[in-house]
Design a protein around this ligand. Structure first.
Ligand code: NDP
Ligand code: PHD
Length: 340
């Protein structure tokens, strides 16, 4: 007997990847239901070689479903995740709505799978921000070996992080510029084609953005509250794949060579780092992959025990859908086991 799984937000970027990944990884599901807004009711979405008809969320009954994978934004999650959870369906939510709730585990399976045990308090599990997920996969082995004291990270985040409409905006602005149309920002605060924007999510009182704040607090919750982290999050005109330039200050020495060897063996990590042959990863190279890629590992001689890294991953996969499915797999194998 397999699981009954609902995918909420199935018509969106992340929901589409969730369906792909459930199929690719042969998730043991007897039934997968696609759920989205009322306007998508009846719309066909692909699931492997099948198509599923989308249900409207308001009309969907979560009773009898084992798990619901949510990627429909924070407002929908705040309203509907507790309702689904109350019907005995464990919700794994991609939005930021529950991440910092002390009664909700925030999980990246390669890093803190044991935290999953706390899901019973609310029947809800949170998936981190896409930039946090790839960051902590790369940092976990380094922290275990040499204790990270401080992280300085600058992100280069693709437009898919802001949804399908944002990707269309990049596409249409780019085309338009070649025919002298003036760009009209809608999803972003400035022109995104041929530009970069140092503004993701809203500004907070201290001048940082909520995206930057999320990277700090989520890293503490997942990896270690003692780690100090400062971030600058930037939107760039790419479609898929987030990149991060990371500077680390460690408590113990760890050379670039040792770091490379360590990360080569680490779960979820893929080191591509041969600058002498121009071997490093760019966002375009990571699309469709599961790994968190690490390149440009080098010593930072300006501080004691300093290291620099370049980390790239598919934000719709490890940053969202893949991490959610990995959580579902771990939940299934550790807590919601089904008889074969
Ligand atoms: N881990 C992370 O960092 C990431 C998290 N996310 C989260 O996932 C969410 C979705 O992202 P993404 O897929 O890129 O966005 P898209 O805009 O591509 O898709 C949004 C999805 O939400 C559904 N939806 C919207 N309104 C409702 C509603 N009232 N009832 C039910 N479903 C609704 C849409 O359905 P319809 O087509 O019918 O409108 C669609 O399926 C984000 O808002 C964010 O919270 C996203 C990216 C990364
Ligand atoms: N903000 C991320 C994606 C996202 O949806 O993040 P969050 O779930 O933390 O709001 C990005 O734009 O790349």
């Amino acid at each position: 007997m397999g699981y009954r799984v609902a995918v909420v937000g199935a018509t969106g970027n992340v929901g589409h990847e969730m369906l792909n990944i459930l199929d690719e990884r042969m998730f043991p599901a007897d039934e997968v239901a696609a759920v989205a807004s009322r306007k998508s009711k009846g719309k066909a979405v692909s699931f492997g070689d099948r198509t599923l008809k989308t249900h409207a969320l308001e009309e969907f009954d979560f009773a009898g479903y084992d798990m619901a994978l949510f990627s429909a934004g924070g407002d929908i999650a705040r309203e509907w995740a507790p309702k689904a959870a109350a019907k005995g369906c464990v919700v794994i939510d991609n939005s930021s709505a529950f991440r910092m709730d002390p009664d909700v585990p925030l999980v990246v399976p390669e890093v803190n799978a044991d935290a999953l045990a706390g899901y019973t308090k609310k029947n809800i599990i949170a998936n981190p921000n896409c930039s946090t997920a790839q960051l902590v996969v790369a940092l976990k082995p380094i922290h275990d070996r040499a204790r990270i004291r401080r992280v300085v990270v600058s992100t280069y985040q693709s437009t898919s992080g802001a949804g399908k409409a944002a990707m269309d905006e990049l596409f249409n602005q780019t085309k338009g510029i070649y025919v002298n149309q003036s760009p009209e920002p809608a999803e972003f605060t400035r022109q995104i084609a041929f530009n970069v924007i140092p503004h993701i999510d809203i500004f907070l009182e201290d001048g940082s953005t909520r995206e930057e704040w999320k990277m700090t607090v989520e890293t503490k919750k997942i990896l270690d509250p003692k780690i100090r982290l400062t971030a600058t999050c930037v939107r760039v005109p790419t479609f898929v794949g987030h990149a991060e330039a990371i500077n680390l200050e460690l408590e113990e020495p760890l050379s670039a060579d040792e770091c490379r060897e360590l990360l080569r063996e680490a779960p979820g990590c893929m080191v591509v780092d041969r600058p002498e042959d121009d071997q490093y990863i760019t966002p375009v190279d990571c699309v469709g992959d599961y790994a968190t890629f690490i390149s440009r590992i080098r010593d930072d001689g300006t501080i004691e025990n300093g290291l620099n890294l370049w980390v790239v991953s598919d934000n719709l996969r490890k940053g969202a859908a893949l991490n959610t499915v990995q959580i579902a797999e771990t939940l299934g194998s550790r807590f919601l086991r089904k008889a074969a």
